[in-house]
Design a protein around this ligand. Structure first.
Ligand SMILES: [Zn+2]
Length: 443
């Protein structure tokens, strides 16, 4: 058998551990995983030597914002940043674009806007908002990977939150289809208004109890909706909620949770006043919280790490005034997440097997994308060559995001993506002059 591509590495991160291997690609999929030195006939044979071969990452939390707010971010820019960061699949959030993805017609608009522009594969979340219950099943059948809801004001008026009754009704409807509901879990009753340049005041305005109360609501609603209900907590920041999530899982509730690179990398004590590029909701908390969040990840209670990439134009990020009340809450990190997580993970003695689980296979499972997230026969040939020892200083001018604003500017990160293949096509070495990303449906 003659393969289209063989990629060899002495450190291939396979589902059962890291070892020397040759990944043989036929068409767009991995056909076989052989010994590193195996004699294989191939059109192209790439030997990475000691560079690590990772599965392409799956980032299930990306706000692309196109159509409607393409000046915030768009499919062309976001997916190029993804490819440079080793992310070969993104799942686009249903809000901040116009229209929001709360009906099949809106999903079709989104797919039309994305067609032909994507450098990596793109799947879509639907939205669960008051009044769109009749659209949930059709959206599920149209291939969205699940449904996002808010439990408080989302920041944009066209995507209102669900109340307790709406949350339970949505979970019940989705349980019948075995569809996933993902929730932005903060409780408005526990949040105070913030203003001014002091980051500490902003953090105090959105305390851990706001996440705790909202997660309690999700757990209660999921339990009441019956054994079929599946719920997921997005961007967990308050580590005190790990115990509650663990207990719900142990009780048989189908609950999962994610956290984000910025909660694992930064600590609130380090954030300068007025530095609104650090604003996210929920906020980056202190270093004690960060340590506990890492433990939640390392013990498997937190399932995955995804970016919550959510950029906006510089003026909305409140540059100049540095007011944390007025600034848009969102951190752009699609291109940097792998390096940011690895920088801390390796110091903690974690391995790239852990990182591949948190950032590739677990998110792929969450979103129901069975061809993604692993280096194994039958999976898509989404491959990343990664130098785990190279360090670099983040230069915003080298980011492909639409707006080069990031709290990682000037930070020294460890681990650099050298090459990315999407379904067997090389993305970073001049090949692939036209975008080859596909629009995915839940598998
Ligand atoms: Zn988000």
């Amino acid at each position: 058998m003659r393969y289209d591509l063989v990629v060899r590495s002495r450190r291939a991160v396979l589902p059962d551990g890291t070892r020397a291997a040759a990944v043989a690609v036929s068409g767009q999929a991995i056909a076989a995983v052989e010994d590193y030195g195996a004699r294989l006939e191939a059109d192209r044979d790439v030997d990475l030597g000691d560079l690590v071969l990772l599965p392409g990452l799956v980032d299930t939390h990306v706000h692309v914002n196109e159509p409607g707010r393409t000046d915030w971010e768009g499919f062309a820019t976001a997916t190029r940043a993804a490819a440079a960061g080793g992310v070969t699949t993104i799942c686009d959030m249903p809000l901040n674009s116009l229209p929001p993805t709360t009906s099949v017609a809106a999903l079709e608009e989104k797919r039309a806007a994305a067609a032909g522009k994507c450098w990596v594969d793109v799947a879509f979340w639907g939205g669960a908002v008051p009044g769109n219950e009749a659209s949930l099943r059709p959206l599920h059948e149209a291939g969205v990977v699940g449904f996002k809801c808010f439990l408080l004001d989302s920041g944009v008026p066209e995507f209102p939150p669900l109340d307790a009754a709406g949350l339970q009704a949505a979970l019940g409807t989705l349980a019948e289809a075995d569809a996933l509901l993902i929730a932005h879990a903060e409780d408005a009753a526990e949040i105070k208004t913030a203003s001014g340049r002091d980051f500490g005041s902003f953090v105090a305005s959105r305390p851990p109890v706001a996440e705790r109360r909202a997660i309690e609501k999700v757990i209660t609603a999921a339990a009441a909706a019956g054994t079929g209900a599946r719920a997921h907590i997005v961007h967990l920041s308050a580590a005190e909620c790990v115990a509650m999530i663990s207990a719900a899982k142990a009780a048989g509730i189908r609950l999962t949770a994610e956290t984000c690179p910025h909660y694992l990398y930064f600590a609130a004590e380090q954030v300068p006043d007025g530095a609104t590029e650090f604003k996210s909701c929920p906020p980056i908390r202190d270093s004690v919280n960060r340590e506990a969040l890492w433990r939640g990840l390392e013990t498997g209670v937190i399932d995955c790490v995804v970016s919550d990439h959510s950029p906006c134009p510089p003026e909305l990020k409140s540059f100049g005034s540095g007011d944390f009340g007025a600034a848009w809450g969102g951190i752009a990190s699609l291109q940097l997440g792998l390096s940011a997580v690895w920088t801390v993970a390796r110091r903690r003695g974690r391995t790239l097997d852990d990182v591949a689980r948190w950032m590739a296979s677990a998110p792929a499972e969450l979103a129901g994308l069975p061809a993604k997230g692993r280096l194994a026969a039958g999976y898509d040939a989404d491959l990343v060559a990664f130098d785990p020892d190279e360090t670099y200083v983040v230069d915003p001018a080298r980011l492909y995001h639409r707006h080069p604003i990031t709290p990682y500017a000037g930070r020294t990160l460890t681990g650099r993506v050298r090459q990315t293949w999407l379904r067997g096509t090389s993305l970073l070495e001049g090949e692939g002059e036209t975008p080859v990303g596909q629009l995915l449906k839940r598998g």
